[in-house]
Design a protein around this ligand. Structure first.
Ligand code: APR
Length: 186
């Protein structure tokens, strides 16, 4: 499934994000940038040790705050760069999780744009170990990406969400269909 956002497009697919060739792949990292399970584990396994070696050099003293991100090379991944984005841990929805999640996407898009990326892949940030409900996360993810692309200030031509399981893909399809609905002028 894909939709236009300005002169760019947003596409949804099911798969392993480490296998999809793009300019910039976004990783769902933690504040310490020390690797982990889920997407993070897969990115470091497939990308090889150069990614962690680079993180060890650039890691901020207090880690990377929630909603922030850092960039490294992509090692053996079929990409030029990896953006390591820190999504929020779900705490019930009243702790600003939506703003932090939107910030993780927007920061990633800004960093990818600054590297001249034409294609960017995202996983479903925060909906695994961090427990963010997929339907709510999908709405934030897609509206944030669509707004960014519609502004037309970026070299990014395509954002692909690489979703790992059927349930998450369905949640994103539903949210994307909602996004396509009519808009009201301000
Ligand atoms: N490709 C695409 N999606 C994947 C892959 C993969 N190879 N592996 C897992 N996923 C999916 C999960 O099924 C989930 O839908 O990515 C989504 C996000 O899950 P997590 O990777 O657990 O990320 P998150 O919820 O943001 O939690 C981050 O997990 O292991 C850690 O170091 C990481 O501490 C951080 C935390």
């Amino acid at each position: 499934m894909e939709v236009a956002a300005g002169s760019a497009k947003i596409r949804l697919m099911m798969g392993d994000i480490t296998k999809v060739p793009v300019d910039v792949v976004v990783n769902a990292a933690n504040s310490d940038l020390i690797g982990g399970g889920g997407v993070d584990g897969a990115v470091h396994r497939a990308g090889g040790p150069s990614i962690m070696l680079e993180l060890n050099r650039i890691r901020p003293v207090n880690g990377c705050p929630t909603g922030g991100a850092v960039v490294t090379g992509a090692g053996n991944l079929p990409a030029k760069f990896v953006v390591h984005a820190v999504g929020p841990i779900w705490r019930g929805g009243r702790s600003g999780e939506d703003l932090d999640l939107a910030s993780a996407y927007k920061t990633s898009l800004e960093l990818a744009s600054a590297r001249g990326a034409a294609t960017v892949s995202f996983p479903s940030i925060s909906t695994g170990a961090y427990g963010y409900p997929a339907g709510l996360a999908a709405a934030v993810a897609l509206s944030t990406v669509a707004e960014f692309l519609r502004a037309g200030t970026s070299p990014i031509r395509e954002v692909v969400f690489v979703l790992f399981d059927e349930g998450t893909l369905r949640a994103y399809e539903k949210a994307l269909a909602g996004l396509r609905g009519g808009a009201c002028a301000p």
